[in-house]
Design a protein around this ligand. Structure first.
Ligand code: C5P
Length: 392
């Protein structure tokens, strides 16, 4: 299962590097998020532009002079798996000996997850005791190998040392990643609803959907089957089932179609909508004294009222004290409420950070420090896992 997985492909300097372009295309087509490291010698065989076009972002090439202060540790933390293809004799040697004098070797040294290597070199180099020793060390590290095959080599030679075909590497990678744990079905609602007045204007709110999307993406990475019903066009992990909506009624209709074990209601749903939507754009001369409003359905309530009630997490963006959130958690009958004060700096709409307080079912509260929305998403999913294990 490669879809949605974060694959770091290291292309080292051998003629077989051109096959890594095909491998990249296979992985991208399969829904993987692919980042590429090109070593300096790989540049003699393939160009960064090829990989930029295939993945949508420029390959990583330098340990220094890049935007990041620590590109190797950043990449190592990002990757779920590293594939070294082609892996030259020199790159095997670097990995086996813990060298870290370029971006590729430093990233591998900083990395703790699974590594798949596809060696490619001349037969003499492959059969040299130094390479055999390096391979034995890499095997001891737990690194997996695919190939090399026997066949035509660079310069018209024949023998063992030919890199495995892209399809073979792709298959070995699928086996290595295995299937993710099946954590069940999880719904996330995200973004602020937009309630139309006419084809141009709407009643809306300041929610951007950042928090909800961060939760959906993290949940997909952990192995949930995620449906994200959202008004936002922010990035969603390719493994997420994305349903785009605008209004509260559309959001409710979409949610009603979803079977779920966990519901995380992070959307800012407008409490009211205009009673009628004008079919044409209202002009100034027509005038509009007032907009009559009618209440919107409560989506969270509909989920709580299901016969097969999922575990339900509500959100409360408030401008008051936490006691209001505690009351809201009770009233809404949720298993967990995520409260944040949107007037606090760095917390709330459109920011990358959030300071939240978790309100538990028994009314107890756990205030958290200001942190990234990604981290809040991770903490929330940890709490959900704990609640679900208490349940079972
Ligand atoms: O807007 P309010 O603070 O009451 O929202 C509390 C929770 O209820 C949130 O999780 C929100 O997503 C959900 N909600 C909903 N449908 C509504 C109003 C709120 O699902 N119409």
């Amino acid at each position: 299962m490669i879809s949605g997985r974060r694959v770091l492909l290291a292309v080292t300097g051998g003629v077989a590097a051109y096959k890594s372009a095909l491998l990249t295309r296979l992985l991208v087509e399969d829904g993987a998020e692919v980042r590429v490291i090109l070593t300096e010698s790989a540049h003699h065989f393939v160009g960064p532009q090829t990989f930029a076009a295939l993945t949508g972002s420029a390959p990583y090439t330098k340990l220094f002079d890049s935007d990041s202060v620590s590109p190797h540790t950043e990449l190592a933390r990002w990757a779920e798996v590293i594939v070294v293809a082609p892996a030259t004799a020199a790159s095997l040697s670097k990995m086996a000996n813990g060298l870290s004098n370029d971006l590729f070797s430093a990233t591998v040294l900083a990395y703790t997850g699974p590594v798949l290597i596809a060696p490619a070199m001349h037969t003499e180099m492959w059969e040299h005791p130094a390479t055999a020793r390096n391979m034995a060390i890499l095997e001891e590290f737990g690194y997996e190998t695919v190939g090399p095959e026997s066949g035509a080599l660079a310069g018209g030679d024949e023998g063992v040392g030919r890199v495995a075909e892209p399809e073979q590497i792709h298959e070995a990678l699928s086996d290595l990643l295995g299937t993710r744990p099946d954590l069940g079905r999880l719904l996330v609602t995200a973004g602020g609803t937009r309630e139309p007045i006419d084809p141009v204007r709407y009643l809306g709110n300041r929610s951007t959907g950042k928090m909800g999307h961060a939760i959906a993406n993290e949940a997909a990475q952990r192995g949930y089957d995620v449906t994200l019903v959202t008004t936002s066009n922010l990035h969603a992990d390719p493994a997420v089932n994305l349903v785009e909506v605008e209004t509260a009624e559309q959001m409710l209709n979409a949610v009603e179609q979803v079977d779920m074990d966990v519901a995380i209601m992070a959307a800012a749903v407008a409490d009211f909508r205009p009673a009628k939507k004008s079919a044409h754009k209202l002009s100034r001369s027509e005038g509009l004294d007032s907009v009559e409003l009618v209440p919107n359905p409560d989506i969270l309530e509909s989920v709580v009222a299901r016969d097969k009630r999922p575990l339900v997490v509500g959100f409360a963006a408030e401008t008051g004290d936490v006691e209001r959130a505690v009351q809201k958690a009770k009233r809404k009958d949720v298993d967990l409420l995520v409260y944040n004060d949107v007037t606090e700096p760095g917390s709330g709409f459109g920011t990358d950070t959030n300071r939240v307080t978790f309100v538990n079912r028994d009314g107890s509260v756990d205030p958290m420090p200001l942190t990234s929305k990604d981290e809040v998403a991770a903490q929330l999913l940890d709490r959900i896992a704990a609640l679900r294990s208490l349940d079972s």
